[in-house]
Design a protein around this ligand. Structure first.
Ligand code: LLP
Length: 415
């Protein structure tokens, strides 16, 4: 599953002891494993073997340039949701035909930049956006490659904040309006219809919702084909879950099997947009215990990482495994692992049985996705360092942010 293991009683990232990383780079920091990223990317690529396909890593999960570079070198394509993510890929010289652009609120400059970079497809999420994309393309004198994101109205059975495929969610074009939207798109000469898209949610632990969404999309696909539409690709989005605690999400191969069965004999390219399942277990958050504070009610272990680095526990009540870098012999007791930020919601884990002493290093697992990318400067805390381990090598993928950089663009009043 990943390449973070105990060797000689100490947790390592690939061949590097985490203790050494903490000494050399300080804590808190994120530690990523190249071998794990590669393994997970390949699992998806292999899962779709035999079908014309493209794995479009969802950049939002972890957009560090080193992480993107690892995947770009493997031949990955990418799913982006902002002009900023596009600019990151441009910084790595990733060609436009390896990029699909999703998101409900693309601005004019973002659409312009995407067309100039000749992206493979804009995943359009509303009629209003369709008209805007056509206008921008016409002004540039080009045809915009467009795929419509359909909201299939299926229950992904995940946390409500990360479910996206239900009618009451803001995402996609409702199934009942889809046909009219395709017909409208066909009337606009500045658009070239290339595909159909959906994304039903994140951290899915069952295949049923995928199979349902796929069937609904294929019905629409066939109706369109009967009307003479010739789409090239079907993009099924991302969302495959990972095991944070005791979830048992299907493996990419099982997902691939569903796609293979449903798509057999069809002439189309299938696209998928996994983020979490590639990056999640490829990273951990390394933190040090500052203080132990047993109270009458609870035992608190105050660590140097906080909700500013990992917002998932407080935002989604998410559970992340927390491991001692060097386990102690003594029996443990229950600790709430909390950060220094001035919010009672600043916790990383609750009631964790651990034997702890001040100065101990802890590793918060599955922090490769939706962790560093969601960090904030709250309490004027600088962005932490990110390290990418590759065998015995440690690559500094992001320097710890110097404090003064935080307020560099702020201005006190004139004298
Ligand atoms: N494609 C689209 C259009 C998406 O909106 C997303 C995620 C993905 C692909 C990738 O989904 P994944 O394979 O990573 O599940 N911050 C939340 C997750 C938000 C996901 C948003 N969309 C969390 O920490 O759980």
């Amino acid at each position: 599953m990943d390449h973070f293991d105990y060797r000689d009683g100490e947790l390592h990232a690939e061949d590097v002891p985490l203790r050494r990383i903490a000494q050399e780079h300080g804590t808190p920091c994120f530690v990523y494993s190249r071998a794990t990223l590669e393994r997970h990317y390949r699992a998806f690529d292999d899962a779709l073997a035999g079908l014309p396909h493209r794995v479009c890593y969802a950049v939002k999960a972890n957009s560090n340039l080193a992480v993107l570079d690892v995947l770009a070198r493997l031949g990955s394509s990418f799913d982006i949701v902002s002009g900023g993510e596009l600019a990151r890929l441009q910084a790595l010289d990733v060609a436009g035909d390896r990029i699909v652009f999703s998101g409900v609120g693309k601005s004019r400059p973002e659409i312009e930049a995407a067309l100039e970079h000749r992206v493979l497809a804009l995943n359009v999420e509303s009629l209003a956006e369709l008209e805007r994309v056509a206008e921008v393309a016409a002004a540039q004198g080009v045809q915009a490659p467009v795929s419509l994101r359909i909201n299939p109205d299926v229950d992904a059975k995940t946390h409500p904040y990360i479910a996206t495929g239900l009618k009451h969610n803001k995402f996609g074009i409702a199934m009942e309006e889809a046909l009219a939207a395709y017909r409208r798109a066909a009337e606009l000469p500045a658009l070239r219809l290339v595909g159909m898209d959906c994304h039903i949610g994140s951290q899915l632990t069952e295949l049923g919702p995928y199979a349902d969404a796929l069937q609904r999309l294929l019905t629409l696909w066939d109706t369109l084909a009967a009307e003479g539409f010739a789409l090239q690709h079907l993009d099924l989005g991302g969302g495959l879950g990972i095991r944070y605690r005791d979830e048992e999400p299907p493996a990419p191969a099982a997902w691939g099997e569903v796609l293979r069965r449903s798509l057999a004999g069809r002439e189309l390219e299938v696209l998928i947009e996994p983020g979490r399942a590639i990056a999640g277990h490829a990273g951990l958050l390394l933190t040090r215990v500052e203080y132990l504070k047993p109270t009458a009610e609870k035992n608190f272990a105050i660590v140097d990482a906080a909700m500013t680095e990992l917002m998932r526990p407080t935002l989604y009540q998410a559970w992340h495994d927390i491991l001692p870098v060097r386990p102690r012999e003594e029996a443990g007791q229950n600790w709430d692992i909390v950060g220094p930020v001035c919010e009672s919601g600043d916790w990383l884990g609750r009631d964790r049985a651990l034997a702890l002493a001040p100065g101990d290093l802890l590793a918060v697992r599955a922090a490769g996705a939706y962790a560093a990318v969601m960090s904030s400067h709250y309490n004027t805390r600088p962005r932490v360092a990110e390290l990418l381990v590759d065998g015995a090598q440690v690559h500094l993928a992001r320097e710890r942010e110097p404090l003064a950089d935080i307020w560099r663009r702020e201005r006190p009043l004139p004298a």
